[in-house]
Design a protein around this ligand. Structure first.
Ligand SMILES: NC(=O)c1ccc[n+]([C@@H]2O[C@H](COP(=O)([O-])OP(=O)(O)OC[C@H]3O[C@@H](n4cnc5c(N)ncnc54)[C@H](OP(=O)(O)O)[C@@H]3O)[C@@H](O)[C@H]2O)c1
Length: 328
């Protein structure tokens, strides 16, 4: 690995102090935020921060029990707020449930200021599949998230017509794993059914390269609608994401990367609220709210062949569109 790539990874694993935090967010009275996977980790602390700023926060989780507990916990931490916490049940591993969840949100809300596509799964063992038969990480991190976003998109478009320019945003939580472990090109379009086997972590990395592509493509396709799209690596944080790791792996991980989840929330807050982000839709944000070049072949994937790229991001977007068509 060349020195500049080494610096690239070190700087993302042990980043400089955050410059944009919850203290930089103005009061959010009357604003609406949707956070997927908000019952734990980064999503939960993010929900708490937005609620403390008087926002109306839609939190999705996979069960009523998890949703109720999250709301109870946040209200204990933030006893006074003019905001609201609303739970919507959603399992991204079932496209029928994603559709039901999105419709529930659309019935309640006539605008969404920011959609945080935060939920994600990391599989360390076996070859689990979603209800519709996709490899779990591809199905949850990409296909389910794509359907959720596209069902909410008309409301985001409407919001962008009425809210301050550059303030309506979609945040796509990817991972530095995409740069470390995905094959050249990021997403192997010929193998999305995994007829050629791949290790679980490589499959995670592929799904997260896909999330970067979805964020970059959304920026391109919704530019005219005035929505800002931000793909990001939130940081390496001590959360439940590594729940399948064994005791030794977890202890080693915690020893090396002991950042609490609030730091990941800072990265998402920068993406969602920092004024400078408005002019940089589709660019890769890294911890705790900075810009960095993404791996060269992944950057090239976001350009068409006519622009000198490989067009993989656009092809991956179209593939996702094909998968969600029956549920739109
Ligand atoms: N932690 C890190 O070091 C790190 C690094 C890079 C990227 N990320 C990304 O950051 C995001 C947040 O992760 P985190 O670290 O906060 O991990 P986490 O604590 O495990 O939170 C992940 C959230 O996603 C939800 N989720 C998982 N599978 C789902 C499904 N099928 N349907 C709906 N929701 C589902 C989880 O719900 P349950 O609780 O029900 O499972 C949980 O709410 C993820 O996209 C992750 O890939 C994290």
């Amino acid at each position: 690995m060349c020195l500049s790539r080494l610096y690239h990874h070190i700087s993302q694993a042990w980043p400089p102090r955050p410059k944009f935090t919850d203290k930089d967010i103005p009061p959010l009275d009357g604003k609406v935020y949707v956070i997927s996977g908000a019952n734990t980790g980064i999503g939960k602390i993010l929900a708490q921060i937005l609620y403390s700023k008087n926002a109306r926060v839609i939190i999705t989780a996979r069960s009523q029990e998890k949703g109720d507990k999250t709301i109870e916990d946040i209200k204990r931490e933030v006893p006074v707020s003019k905001g609201e916490l609303i739970f919507v049940r959603m399992d991204l591993a079932d496209l029928n449930q994603v559709k039901t969840a999105a419709h529930e949100i659309l019935q309640r809300e006539d605008r969404i200021n920011v959609l945080f596509n935060n939920a994600g799964v990391m599989v360390l063992k076996g070859e689990p599949k979603t209800v519709q038969g996709y490899e779990e990480q591809l199905g949850v991190n990409n296909v389910g998230t794509h359907l959720f976003t596209q069902l909410l998109a008309p409301t985001l478009v409407r919001a962008a017509q009425n809210e301050p320019a550059g303030s309506v945003r979609v945040i796509w939580v990817s991972s530095s794993g995409s740069e470390m472990q995905s094959p050249p090109g990021g997403v192997p379009m010929h193998n999305l059914d995994y007829h050629e086997k791949a290790d679980p972590f490589v499959r995670y990395a592929i799904s997260k390269a896909g999330v970067y592509y979805q964020g970059a493509e959304f920026a391109r396709r919704y530019k005219g609608a005035g929505i800002v799209s931000v793909p990001l690596h939130p940081g390496i944080l001590n959360t439940d994401l590594f729940r399948q790791a064994n005791g030794i792996q977890r202890r080693l991980f915690t020893f090396l990367f002991s950042y609490p989840p609030i730091y990941g929330a800072y990265t998402e807050i920068f993406a969602a609220f920092a004024p400078e982000v408005a002019a940089r839709s589709g660019e890769w944000v890294v911890p705790w709210g900075r810009y960095m070049d993404v791996r060269k072949d992944m950057k090239e994937a976001t350009k068409s062949k006519e622009e000198g790229g490989t067009g993989i991001a656009s092809a991956f977007w179209d593939w996702n569109e094909e998968q969600i068509r029956p549920y739109m």
